[in-house]
Design a protein around this ligand. Structure first.
Ligand SMILES: Nc1ncnc2c1ncn2[C@@H]1O[C@H](COP(=O)(O)OP(=O)(O)OP(=O)(O)O)[C@@H](O)[C@H]1O
Length: 310
């Protein structure tokens, strides 16, 4: 979705560059995020996700390229965007002296048609710490409160920086449910994450970022689609050209990370598996985990960058 109709999308990031001390930590990043969809900016620590989201929120000024949110410049048009955009910062950014519910009520009061606070309290499990001061909340509690504050104003666009980082599995599911509801109500949700599962479960469009650049983007299905893939693990440094030569023409064999072998361009049927097993036997190699399967986003990232997301 996200890349289609980019000109009219609620969020359009075009060739964004952000430098710190002369180093481009965001280096020509382009993507757009559609209404009624979750767009996940997925990448490892330091990939530039927070910086990108901060530029979208108007908290950082781009050094190059442009960001448009609802057709406006977030760095210059903050006052016009504030009522229409929900923001959740990675460190919470909440007043620490007030009680959790007090903070949420206060934020709700800034909006003309807020979501009933009790609904968010129930959906995100905030009741048990409603009266606790923000500074005394655990990281996960603070995180859930920050998500509630980002959503309470029924924003047209929501930016969530690592919304479920540090949450226990139950709280994570609660956040995913709420985000899905907001998306289904028509909002444009942009979130950053390094959690593969979060991107796979939540996102309609995934922008895979590494070193401040987009290395791939598409729906999780598009990114992981492949007619057939066969993989196995074995001793690093096997002669892949020799294995490739033993397989049907069009097959390609790669070792994206040491000791992990990936076959693409071939129908991964029993014959191919048998050929791999036989080649391994000839080379005195035990192929562990030899099997066909859909690639995960983790595989995609690994294949594109040679590194793991975690
Ligand atoms: N204010 C700053 N001054 C200098 N360098 C910065 C600043 N903010 C971020 N960086 C650097 O920019 C790079 C990208 O950081 P960013 O926080 O955008 O990455 P990220 O993808 O969000 O990572 P994480 O998953 O760890 O939050 C990192 O190398 C970081 O150290």
């Amino acid at each position: 979705m996200g890349a289609d109709g980019a000109g009219s999308a609620p969020v359009v990031v075009d060739s964004l560059v952000k430098r710190y001390g002369g180093r481009a930590v965001v280096d020509g990043l382009t993507f757009s995020a559609a209404a009624g969809a979750v767009t996940a900016v997925l990448g490892p620590n330091g990939a530039g996700k927070t910086t990108t989201i901060a530029c979208c929120e108007g908290l950082r000024r781009p050094d190059g390229g442009s960001v448009r949110v609802l057709g406006l410049d977030p760095a210059a048009d903050g006052a016009a965007l504030r009522p229409r955009v929900g923001v959740m910062l990675q460190d919470g950014g909440l007043p620490t002296g007030a009680g959790a519910l007090e903070v949420l009520r206060h934020v709700a009061g800034l909006h003309s048609d807020p979501v009933p606070v009790d609904d968010l309290v129930a959906a995100l499990g905030l009741a048990s710490f409603a009266r606790t001061r923000v500074r005394r909340l655990s990281g996960g509690q603070r995180q859930r409160l920050a998500v509630a504050c980002a959503l309470v104003g029924r924003p047209e666009v929501v930016f969530l920086d690592e919304p479920s980082a540090g949450l226990d599995p139950q709280a994570r599911l609660a956040v995913w449910d709420v985000v899905t509801q907001v998306r289904d109500a028509g909002a444009c949700v942009v979130l950053s994450t390094h959690l593969m599962e979060e991107a796979e479960r939540l996102a309609d469009h995934v922008v895979v970022v590494d070193g401040g650049r987009v290395v791939a983007q598409g729906s999780p299905q598009e990114l992981t689609r492949t007619e057939s893939t066969l993989s196995f693990s074995a001793t690093p440094g096997l002669p892949v050209a020799s294995l490739q030569a033993a397989l049907p023409p069009g097959t390609s064999v790669a070792e994206p990370t040491a000791g992990r072998y990936l076959l693409t361009g071939v129908h991964a049927g029993p014959q191919v598996a048998a050929t791999v097993a036989s080649w391994c036997a000839t080379h005195d190699v035990l192929p562990e985990g030899l099997g066909a399967g859909r690639r995960t986003l983790e595989d995609v990232f690994l294949d594109l960058t040679g590194r793991s997301l975690r």
